[in-house]
Design a binder for this molecule. Structure first.
Ligand SMILES: *Cc1c(COP(=O)(O)O)cnc(C)c1O
Length: 506
């Protein structure tokens, strides 16, 4: 291959692999270099310093003349890796933001290289079959007794919830469906109702982070309209699972339908030990199930599962250039009705590869690992003299806690300290910890730090140092918070980590 050939080289075909091999090795080196330069879970210095470094490294993003494929890959990849919040670091635990499995990322390269588009058979002949097999299998995992279990591949839980509400709206026909959910339901549920022109959902206050069947019963008794109860299996803030069997029962008695948002909790089904926590799930008319949370897929990998393929019929659509009636009659599979999107990435390729590589029990073991790591972390918080855990059981793999120093402050200052600790850790590039508002033992809603454990290899002991760091940071910023909230964050952003100082027990 001559110099300069790589810029215009395509990724597919027999020749494509050679070009891709050369360029991939550049990317892999740059990824490793970026991670070493970063030296922690996220870049130090806060947003302005990160922006400055990225702009300095990348320069003009639409240059008049190109720099060549290898240089561009090296520069951009290194800059983005150096400035990444990397969920592969055990102290990057803020969100349902998983470290992708290497096998899934490698499979995603094949998806990009081949670029099947899932909107018509003539763009994805084999990928379409693979999607059919995987969606049927995962549909059957969620709805084992269903007449024809199926699933749509979505961009994530947001799109899956949107499609679930859309299908409920269509089933209601001329009547207007009313969504009933808890105040811990994901924001995408309310947004979907808004987008679909449905009335504001009935949002019920949760008890201990869970939707109360008695409250749902009362709400449904007062509703004249057809209702869709939306329960959550794994709340975003705490990983709590609504009482699905009781909710299914209440919904059935009122002739309402049940949608379960199991974006977080769905993969518990891979584990024989944990699947019973989702008892009642199969009573749902539809289920949201993400594989880019517990599932370790690169974004995007979402699903909406249904017990019966026929439930997806409202999405049917004909466009002459993609699925003309005569083409369909002649036997060309019709894919257009399997998504709201038209052009669509073959996300199923990485999913299928991962399912095959690990098997159900292999994935189940990883889910069990995360659940165990969260239980260990909760025990360590409980044993820590300077931290306090939110009372109650841990969710799936989420632990809420706060520095005891915050409890010693009066009024809003306690919550301000919790928020400041999180921002200082971010600004110093030391840890990515989340935040959540949740009820305390005295019934007051307080701000907590949140650790969402999705790393398939991290153990509780890897997080002991993080707990000490949180407690020490709280002690250091308490005087500043008492006078000027935000001051400690600004000071931390000014102290760029050199990479030479001791990192603490990592
Ligand atoms: C993450 C999440 C969503 C949204 O899913 P995306 O994949 O981010 O679109 C919906 N519901 C719950 C419970 C979630 O945790």
């Amino acid at each position: 291959m001559r110099a300069g050939d790589l810029e215009g080289a395509v990724s597919g075909g027999a020749e494509g692999a050679a070009a891709l091999g050369k360029l991939t090795s550049v990317v892999l080196d740059a990824l490793a270099e970026g991670a070493v330069t970063r030296g922690g879970p996220l870049p130090a210095g806060g947003p302005q310093a990160v922006a400055r470094r990225l702009r300095a490294a990348v320069g003009p993003v639409l240059p008049e003349y190109g720099t060549g494929a290898e240089e561009a890959l090296r520069t951009v990849t290194r800059a983005v890796a150096e400035g990444a919040a990397d969920p592969a670091d055990p102290w990057c635990v803020a969100h349902l933001h998983c470290p992708p499995l290497a096998v899934a990322a490698a499979a995603d390269l094949a998806a990009s290289a081949l670029n099947p588009s899932m909107d018509s058979w003539d763009q994805a002949p084999a990928a379409a079959v693979l999607e059919q097999e995987v969606t049927a299998a995962l549909g059957a995992l969620v709805h084992p007794g269903g007449p024809a279990p199926d699933a749509l591949v979505t961009s994530g839980g947001t799109e899956a919830n949107l499609v679930a509400l859309l299908l409920a709206r269509e089933r209601a026909g001329a009547a207007t469906v009313r969504v009933v959910c808890g105040d811990t339901a994901h924001h995408s549920v309310r947004r979907a109702a808004w987008l679909l022109g449905l009335p504001e959902p009935v949002v019920l206050p949760c008890r201990d982070g869970r939707l109360d069947p008695a409250a749902v019963d009362r709400a449904l008794t007062g509703l004249a309209a057809p209702a869709l109860v939306v329960a959550t299996a794994g709340t975003t803030d705490e990983g709590r699972i609504d009482p699905l069997p009781q909710l299914a029962d209440v919904a059935r008695r009122h002739g309402a339908e049940l949608h379960v948002d199991a974006a977080y909790g769905g993969p518990l089904l891979f584990s024989d030990r944990l699947a019973p926590r989702l008892a009642g799930l199969s009573a749902a008319t539809s289920v949201t199930f993400d594989l880019h949370k517990l599932g370790w897929q690169p974004v995007a990998a979402g699903l909406l599962t249904v017990p019966d393929s026929a439930l997806l019929a409202p999405l049917a659509l004909t466009a002459d250039y993609l699925n003309a009636d005569d083409d369909t009659e002649a036997g060309l599979p019709d894919l257009l009705g399997r998504s709201l999107r038209t052009t669509r990435r073959p996300d199923v390729l990485k999913i299928a590869t991962t399912l095959r590589a690990l098997g159900r029990t292999g994935l189940g073991a990883l889910v069990e690992h995360c659940v165990r790591a969260a239980e260990e972390l909760a025990a360590r918080v409980d044993a820590h003299p300077r931290l306090r855990r939110r009372p109650g059981d841990t969710g799936i793999s989420t632990v809420l806690f706060r520095p005891a120093a915050a409890d010693a402050l009066t009024g809003e200052a306690g919550d301000a300290l919790v928020a400041e600790v999180r921002r200082v850790l971010l600004a110093e590039g030391r840890a990515v910890v989340g935040r959540a508002v949740a009820e305390d033992a005295d019934g007051r809603r307080r701000l907590w730090l949140k650790a969402t454990l999705l790393h398939p290899r991290t153990a509780g002991e890897d997080l002991e140092g993080l707990l000490d760091l949180v407690a020490a940071t709280a002690a250091a910023v308490t005087p500043a918070v008492a006078t000027t909230p935000g001051a400690a964050t600004a000071a931390a952003a000014g102290r760029i980590r050199t990479g030479n100082e001791p990192e603490g027990p990592r």
